[in-house]
Every structure is written in C-alpha cells, then in structure tokens.
Write a protein that binds this ligand. Structure first.
Ligand SMILES: O=C(CO)[C@@H](O)[C@H](O)[C@H](O)[C@H](O)COP(=O)(O)O
Ligand SMILES: [Zn+2]
Length: 199
C-alpha cells in the first residue's frame, strides 16, 4: 500500500473514532471532576501504561507538573513509568505484572487519582495497579479501547475510546488527556485572561 493510501486509511479510521468520541461526555465530566477534586484537596494524580501509553502517562503528568496551555501553579502528578530503577527492581525481583502495583502501594493514598492507560484493557500490570489503587482508597480512572477489558472492572470511571485498533485508541486517549487538562486548567488558572504560549 502506498503511504498516501495509508494516510487516507488513517484519516478515515481516526475520523470514525472521533465521530463517536462525544458519547464519552458523561465519563469525561466525571473524570475531570475526580481530577480537579483530588488536586483541589491536596491529593495527586498518578499515571501508568505500557509502550505508547507509557508515553501518554508521562505526557499527562508533565502537563500538570509543568504546564498545559495556561499559566497556573504546578500540580502534583507522577508517572509510574519513569523510574528505571524501580521498574527493573520490581520486575526482576517480583514480576513485571507488579511494576506499577507495588509503586502504587508505596506512593498512592486515599483521595489520589490513579489513571491506568491500556488500549487492550488487559495489560496485567495496569490492571493490578488499578486494583491496588482502589484498595488504597484512591479514585481509579481507566483509559481503554471500546472493549474496556479487565481494566474497566477495576476502575471507578472508564473512558472507552471508540475503536478496536491500538493506534486509533491511542490517538483518542491523547485527545481525552488534553481535554482533562483543559478542565484542570479551568480550575487552577487564577487569571482567566492568561494567554496561551504561542506555538
Ligand atoms: O504504541 C504502541 C502501538 O501503537 C505500542 O508501544 C503499545 O503501546 C504496546 O504494545 C503496549 O504494550 C500495548 O499495551 P496495552 O495498550 O494493550 O496495555
Ligand atoms: Zn503507538
């Protein structure tokens, strides 16, 4: 297939998913409220995922500790994918399934929000992180594909990107993350006329 044909296929499939994304409005509202309420009450956001979703987890956390679009105070957020010592120690000494859950048991407390990102919904390390966070009294949010999978069973709120294809699920996930960042900015930007940094 030519690159041009790939491009058209991606545009068509991306648009198909995008056209159905509005159905997630109630879940997005609930997730935004959970994030804002946790951060307002001095709690933190913790994220995790594998591969491309690890990048999304880090992206989300950095939007909060750094900045998203508007100027506001730094907000507490942490991706569990970034500490190679913790990942290799826990993976080596326990099991890869435990790499996020053990960090959750160390770092996540009541009132925090754990965001688990998994396109299949079935990555065991993300599922176990959601379960551990729930045990710790955190609010659990899963970003999944349309199937939801096992992750949905351990999440208080599940945002199911309306696609079964990993790439397009990931594309919807990053859009959803940015939408959550808009709501978080709304809650923490003090001067609402603050300008966006030009690209
Ligand atoms: O980015 C991609 C594929 O687009 C890959 O790195 C992908 O994230 C990895 O295969 C992940 O291990 C998939 O895990 P999950 O989304 O099913 O939890
Ligand atoms: Zn990818």
């Amino acid at each position: 297939m030519t690159a041009a044909r790939h491009l058209q296929t991606y545009i068509d499939r991306h648009r198909e998913a995008l056209d159905r994304l509005g159905d997630l409005a109630p879940g997005v509202t609930a997730a935004a409220q959970a994030c804002v309420s946790a951060l307002t009450n001095g709690h933190k956001l913790v994220t995790c995922g594998n591969g491309g979703s690890a990048a999304d987890a880090q992206h989300f956390a950095a939007e909060l500790t750094g900045r998203y679009r508007r100027e506001r105070r730094p907000l507490p957020a942490l991706a569990l994918t970034t500490d190679s010592s913790a990942l290799t120690c826990i993976g080596n000494d326990y099991a890869f399934d435990e790499v996020f859950a053990r960090q959750v048991r160390a770092l996540v407390g009541p009132g925090d929000v754990l965001v688990g990102i998994t396109t299949s919904g079935n990555s065991a390390n993300v599922v176990k992180a959601l379960a551990a966070a729930r045990d710790r009294g955190a609010v659990t949010v899963a970003l999944t594909g349309e199937a939801g999978g096992e992750a949905a069973r351990h999440a208080d709120i599940t945002l199911k990107a309306p696609s079964s294809r990993t790439a397009h699920i990931q594309e919807m996930h990053i859009l959803l993350i940015h939408v959550l960042c808009e709501s978080i900015d709304d809650a923490f930007v003090e001067d609402d006329v603050a300008e966006e940094t030009p690209a």
